[in-house]
Design a protein around this ligand. Structure first.
Ligand SMILES: [Mg+2]
Length: 254
């Protein structure tokens, strides 16, 4: 049986280098045995994931989901690897960057994120310079609400706000990818630390919330009626490892 692990990167895998390298080695052994399909699901761009594998001790993934679930990549991974076209076309059918930008008009203190984080399928800004970031986020949500069939707002870390296609997000992208690869979505176990990971827990129910998780994710996980979320005692990669032992994906080590 192939286990499917879908993990966020920053603050979930990264944060404790030696714990990450221990987990990476365990992942590599399971992958070599054909027992693990590893998905990294991140706000990073693909080139930053490739750099992370080379320089930060990140494990080699089987698939990468970037830009908060708006891009899916399959190997071989290179800087110029194009995202999966079927997913891109599905999202483009419902998303207009011009409309997404209009939802952000006139919000005082709003700063657009740098260009690489703004794409044809992702409109992203910072709200931490606003006098009341939570209120600003609520205002954007209120504007998007009537268009919820096509757009969604993701609010993370009391700073990052993304307007994404309604059908995107980390959870939906993983579901699409897993089915596309002929794998069983019921085998998916997720791991995360902030609000933009909540869609993964909502989609799959089973997941590891690391000890350093932001309150927004802890709340979202506690609110899941059908969820079987493991709240790790340890932070970062050690917490992910602890959770995967709990779910039986990795064996307990004495
Ligand atoms: Mg994170």
């Amino acid at each position: 049986m192939t286990s499917i692990v879908a993990s966020d990167i920053d603050g979930t895998l990264t944060g404790d280098r030696s714990a990450l390298e221990r987990l990476r080695d365990r992942f590599h052994r399971r992958r070599a045995a054909g027992e693990l399909y590893l998905i990294m699901s991140t706000g990073r761009r693909l080139e930053q994931v490739i750099e992370g594998v080379a320089a930060e001790g990140l494990p080699e993934p089987d698939a990468v989901i970037c830009q908060v679930g708006t891009e899916i990549y399959l190997p071989p991974f290179a800087e110029d690897t194009p995202p999966m076209d079927a997913w891109r076309r599905r999202l483009l059918a419902q998303y207009s960057r011009r409309e997404a930008l209009a939802f952000l008009e006139g919000i005082e203190g709003l700063v657009m994120q740098p260009e690489p984080y703004n794409t044809e399928l992702k409109t992203s800004c910072y709200l931490d310079q606003c006098s009341d970031p939570e209120r600003a986020a609520t205002e954007v949500r209120r504007r998007v609400e009537p268009h919820a069939d096509r757009y969604q707002v993701v609010w993370s870390s009391a700073r990052d706000l993304d307007i994404l296609p309604a059908a995107s997000g980390k959870g939906r992208a993983i579901e699409f990818l897993v089915r596309h690869q002929g794998l069983d979505p019921r085998e998916v176990i997720v791991a995360g630390d902030t609000g933009n990971d909540a869609t993964m827990f909502r989609e799959f129910g089973r997941g590891v919330c690391v000890a350093n998780a932001q309150p927004e994710l802890v709340e979202a996980c506690r609110a899941l009626s059908n969820g079987r979320v493991y709240f790790a005692r340890q932070p970062y990669a050690a917490g992910v490892e602890e959770g995967l032992v709990h779910f039986g994906v990795l064996e307990a080590q004495l």
